[in-house]
Design a binder for this molecule. Structure first.
Ligand SMILES: Nc1ncnc2c1ncn2[C@@H]1O[C@H](COP(=O)(O)OP(=O)(O)O)[C@@H](O)[C@H]1O
Ligand SMILES: Cc1ncc(COP(=O)(O)O)c(N)n1
Length: 305
């Protein structure tokens, strides 16, 4: 299937190569000291895909495989200092945004992305690819985004190339009830993608069927053109260990995009990799709750048992 996706604003290429062999990819997210979700998971996903990983912290989260205990948000001023420290020095190829925590952080990240796009255009360079995982609530049920910050996340989504909601997050973005079937979810994603002019990677992990499908939904390139939907199916893995799946998938997508022709190819490969990581997760023996996936399954497999 041919996928027509919005292109980055054309900019002269400059002297340096557009795609280095090892893309420089930045995670902007919260922490998980047990390493299964957030920034720690993102860095492992980046490394598993041959990318050079960097990380800016939005929030320090005391959590483990049983749930979130507390959250500390240093605030937008220090967040901006971290972001500028990276972008003043490093030519970033792709950005993955995860937990933003609150409205002030979301708006600061948006302002930084705008400034970066302008600086890149002025230097004749394309801006980085941007993937937004609109993290709102942890699997354990703890809020990771302040109530009332949803509009700021919608505004941030408008600056991203791809947004990767699970079913409850899509419902918040779309301002509708949570879809209970894959068909309803696809319908909701298509209408959100069209009205917001955003590419959506819809994740079906919260459904309960024999498969766990994802779908890339791209709005039509003209007002009359139909949206383009590319579905990626995978057998559902029967496991407790799904902590950090959304973080790991969106990070893989950001790491792969500079190394693939388009979002569909990157999403297909990220999904296949994540399914392998889910299958291998139970052999890790990390924590006594809902454990992480094995980011290194393809690099150095662990024997089950
Ligand atoms: N049990 C499972 N078996 C296979 N894939 C799964 C399973 N649970 C989640 N996934 C996949 O993991 C990714 C994250 O999905 P999801 O759980 O919907 O998002 P989130 O982690 O943000 O809540 C998606 O690619 C989804 O299809
Ligand atoms: C810092 C951070 N970011 C995201 C998640 C969501 O992951 P999950 O839904 O698997 O709990 C998390 N628990 N912590």
């Amino acid at each position: 299937m041919t996928l027509a996706l919005p292109q980055h604003a054309p900019a002269p290429r400059g002297d340096r190569p557009r795609r280095p062999s090892r893309p420089r990819v930045l995670s902007i997210a919260g922490t998980d000291p047990t390493g299964g979700a957030g920034i720690q998971a993102d860095l492992k996903s980046f490394a598993a895909h041959g990318a050079y990983g960097m990380a800016v912290t939005t929030a320090l989260v005391a959590q483990n495989t049983h749930g979130v205990r507390s959250v500390h948000v240093p605030g937008p001023a220090f967040l901006r200092e971290q972001l500028d420290a990276v972008s003043d020095d490093v030519e970033i190829d792709a950005v993955k945004i995860g937990m933003v925590a609150d409205e002030a952080n979301a708006r600061e990240i948006g302002a930084w992305l705008d400034a970066l796009a302008t600086a890149r255009t002025d230097s004749g360079l394309p801006r980085p690819w941007v993937v937004l995982d609109p993290v709102m609530v942890a699997t354990s049920g703890h809020r990771l985004l302040d109530a009332g910050a949803e509009q700021a996340v919608r505004d941030l989504a408008a600056r991203a190339d791809v947004v990767t909601p699970n079913l409850p997050e899509l419902a918040v973005l779309a301002g509708q009830d949570v879809a209970t079937t894959w068909d309803d979810a696809l319908h909701q994603a298509t209408s959100y993608a069209t009205t917001s002019d955003t590419v959506v990677l819809l994740k079906g992990g919260h459904l309960t069927g024999a498969t766990s499908p994802d779908a890339l939904v791209a709005p039509g390139t003209t007002p009359d053109a139909a949206p383009v939907v590319t579905t990626f199916d995978a057998a559902r893995v029967h496991t407790l260990h799904t902590h950090g799946t959304g973080c790991s998938l969106s990070a893989a997508l950001a790491a792969l995009r500079p190394q693939r022709e388009g979002w569909a190819e990157a999403a297909r490969d990220a999904k296949a990799w994540l399914t392998g990581a889910l299958r291998a997760g139970s052999a890790l023996r990390v924590g006594t709750g809902r454990g992480p996936v094995d980011h290194l399954h393809a690099v150095s497999p662990v024997a089950p048992g």
